[in-house]
Design a binder for this molecule. Structure first.
Ligand SMILES: Cc1cc2nc3c(=O)[nH]c(=O)nc-3n(C[C@H](O)[C@H](O)[C@H](O)COP(=O)(O)OP(=O)(O)OC[C@H]3O[C@@H](n4cnc5c(N)ncnc54)[C@H](O)[C@@H]3O)c2cc1C
Length: 387
């Protein structure tokens, strides 16, 4: 098993770390969080590094599907800012991974070159006001009218819809009589007439703002149905298809990046902060906290990389990716909360990055398939008998 700690991965980490020092300063990360806005140009800069190629097939000028490298990229970017990492995910994962694996030839030709160059971004429109974990019960309706699809309904929590070009939207395209049937995925342009946004706001992962998306008779060409004719009413298979395994790694990669940053800060702070005549890193309880978080961090790294390695190898990985989502998200939240304690009051104050890490870490077990849902998945996939 090579978890990717080879020369190529080391070079990728080094490239990203030098980029971050140069192009994404701590002040910028704080501003993206404060203003709940990140400039799209940051993505073009990332594309210039070549990382948008990691999920684009070679025939479109990319490097194929490099899962470990994609995960490493998310971790490195999230160490500085979840907004920066989120921008990358919207392009390389929501966009390129889905299009490369599920798009028609025409859709690949239309979108992949612009995804590769960092010129286009996709948001995810799955959730609705009354639909969270139970995604197969979406009520946003899509009706086929000749060469077009007309969409009515409301999506919630659509992160980055205000600056994405398309929303990859899960819609009900037929009767709701059979679970997991009659669902489709439509690539909805964000500038389509009848589509409006209502900003929502969230306590963390700011910079990629969350929005409600209102759809009133929004007309989209049928050519925008992901997978085309064959996948009309078969959208669930796309959602639960190969892209899902990588999607389950995106949140743990973000979570690990945030936890890495928090540990680095607490480690450094403990050596600078003096109480009772000595640095607090000499106090046994602080040393134990820092030893604990370093140990948990290592467990998270191994869990994530081992799952990514299995996906890269094409091995069965559904249990591993659910375990990685569950373990790394929960553990990263615990790590960050411990690091906050090391900083005492300064871990609770505005203006210190730790406060942002805490807000960012709290969402990791909630979104992208909650920890409870991953526990269900693991028990089911491992065939634990049910009632
Ligand atoms: C900042 C932010 C950004 C987001 N971005 C997006 C986005 O871009 N696109 C998008 O589509 N969505 C997005 N989401 C939505 C996110 O993916 C959902 O929050 C998530 O799917 C869970 O849905 P819910 O919060 O409505 O919880 P619910 O499904 O209502 O669940 C509530 C509670 O019940 C538990 N629960 C539910 N069902 C079960 C079950 N069967 N077994 C055990 N426990 C269960 C859950 O674990 C949870 O604790 C975002 C959310 C946030 C907070």
């Amino acid at each position: 098993m090579d978890f990717g700690d080879n020369e190529d991965i080391a070079a990728l980490r080094d490239l990203l770390q030098r980029f971050i020092v140069r192009e994404a300063t701590p002040e910028m990360a704080a501003r993206w969080d404060r203003e709940d806005h990140i400039e799209r140009e940051m993505l073009v800069k990332l594309a210039g590094l070549g990382v948008c190629a990691l999920t684009v097939p070679q025939e479109f000028g990319g490097m194929g599907r490099r899962v470990i490298e994609t995960v490493v990229t998310i971790v490195e970017l999230a160490k500085r800012s979840t907004a920066l990492a989120g921008l990358y995910i919207m392009n390389a994962c929501y966009g390129s991974l889905n299009l490369a694996s599920e798009g028609t030839d025409e859709q690949k030709q239309r979108f992949l070159p612009r995804l590769l160059s960092g010129e286009t971004l996709f948001a995810y429109g799955l959730s609705e006001p009354d639909v969270g974990a139970d995604l197969s019960s979406v009520t946003t309706r899509a009706e086929r009218r000749g060469d077009t699809v007309v969409i009515n309904g409301r999506k919630r929590w659509c992160a980055g819809a205000n600056f994405a070009d398309h929303i990859l939207m899960l819609v009900r395209s037929g009767e709701a009589e059979a679970r997991y049937r009659n669902l489709s995925i439509v690539l909805v342009p964000t500038d389509a007439p009848g589509l409006t946004l209502e900003p929502a706001g969230a306590m963390g992962v700011r910079g990629i703002p969350v929005n409600d998306v209102l759809l009133d008779e929004v007309e989209v060409p049928f050519a925008n149905v992901l997978g085309g004719e064959a996948k009309w009413n078969e959208g669930w298979s796309l959602l639960a298809g190969p892209a899902l395994e990588i999607e389950k790694l995106e949140t743990p990669a973000l979570a690990l990046g945030v936890a890495e940053a928090a540990v680095a800060e607490a480690w450094e702070y403990s050596q600078q902060r003096r109480q009772f005549g000595a640095a607090i890193c000499t106090i046994q309880s602080i040393r134990h906290m820092l030893s604990d978080v370093q140990t948990k961090l290592q467990a998270c790294r191994l869990m994530l990389m081992s799952a990514a390695w299995k996906v890269d190898q094409g091995l069965p990985s559904a249990v591993d990716t659910s375990m990685a989502k569950l373990f790394v998200s929960d553990t990263a939240r615990d790590i960050v909360l411990t690091c906050q304690q090391v900083l005492g009051a300064y871990g609770y104050a505005h203006g210190f990055a730790m406060e942002r890490y805490v807000r960012d870490a709290l969402v990791m077990p909630i979104w992208g398939g909650s920890s409870a849902i991953q526990k269900n998945n693991i028990a089911n996939l491992m065939r634990l008998p049910r009632k």
